[in-house]
Design a protein around this ligand. Sequence first.
Ligand code: HSE
Length: 436
Amino acid sequence: MKSIKVGLLGIGTVGLGTFNVLKRNQEEIKRRAGRGIEITMVADLNTVRAKELTGGTCEVVNDANMVINNPDIDIVIELIGGYGIAKDLVMKAIANGKHVVTANKALLAMHGTEIFKAAQEKGVMVAFEAAVAGGIPIIKALREGLTANRIQWIAGIINGTTNFILSEMRDKGLDFDTVLKEAQRLGYAEADPTFDIEGVDAAHKATIMSAIAFGIPVQFDKAHVEGITKLQATDIRYAEQLGYRIKLLGITRRTPKGIELRVHPTLIPAKRLIANVEGAMNAVLVQGDAVGATLYYGKGAGAEPTASAVIADLVDITRLATADPEHRVPHLAFQPNAMADTPILPISEITTSYYLRIRVADKLGVLAGVTGILADSTISIDAMLQKEPAEGETQTDIIMLTHQTQEKNVEAAIAKIEALPTVVGKVTRIRLEELS
Ligand code: HSE
């Protein structure tokens, strides 16, 4: 079947990420979508750079209208940003019968109602997973995974820049201005960070989630928007002494009187999972009446995390084009006729790290015996703890964390350790994953 042809408007950070991920994972994406997905046209003002980046694999033009007027293009990806030119192009693309994928939260929060109406009338999709919390599939979760629920509230850390600044203020006890300068120097904050630090970016995202959660139009003009510029390091310290952390939250909540939609610095109990979302990471906590609380965590920005969301939208739209019973969202995500026969490994072949607890007689040389076996088995020790024998006891525990190794290697080493005369009983072995 002929592949879906995509036109990309803007090959900046996310555009390039999308181009690269689509190329790198094209076979796997095709197996999921049921058809190939190809970027065949790129519009960018800097055509020289765009040509270099795309390496002659697609047509590069400097006029986005050439993409949206090209009858061969099925889907337009809008990555220009803002709501001036971008709005014009999106509306024209819809009028031309093209599906649109966009990461543009500002555009949707401001003009979503008009855009979605036009798309509905024209029978095309406007997909925007990348517009909220970057790589986290929160739109999919709200729209599909939680579809059984009456959503009660959503609270999200949905701006990485401000979360990074707040984390640094708390960790280092520094004030806002100092951390902002550092964040700009490190590239975490834009040269003009106004939208981020004043809460506007978070409010755009909260507005979109609010519409999806509660079935209301997007109404950014009704959102309460307060940023972190006035936050004092002293308050972060006091909050901490009281067992709280301060986060910039985007909150939307259903109440008997109406919907709350607000962004502001918020104290949250330090023991909540979401309070421990640090640095530039994002997290969204959703409370549904059936499911209870669910938490979604990940990178809210960056080339490939955002590309991950953009491409998910491309795949969704591609599946529409093949929407017969055989081409609905497949039960196991992949098309039934595209299942691979890659084998599942036996446990002995897996590679991971290990926690080992070894009960030993408290005698000279016992540790050397154990570490000698591990060294001979090329198992590297990451950390070690030797407990003092309890009063009146002659035995003690040695606890070791290993670096990654194959399971069969560890099993063989354990058998040797257990055979040492100074080792008592069985070695306790627990697998350890850094998940980093
Ligand atoms: N500027 C945003 C942030 C990323 O800091 O999270 C794009 O929405």
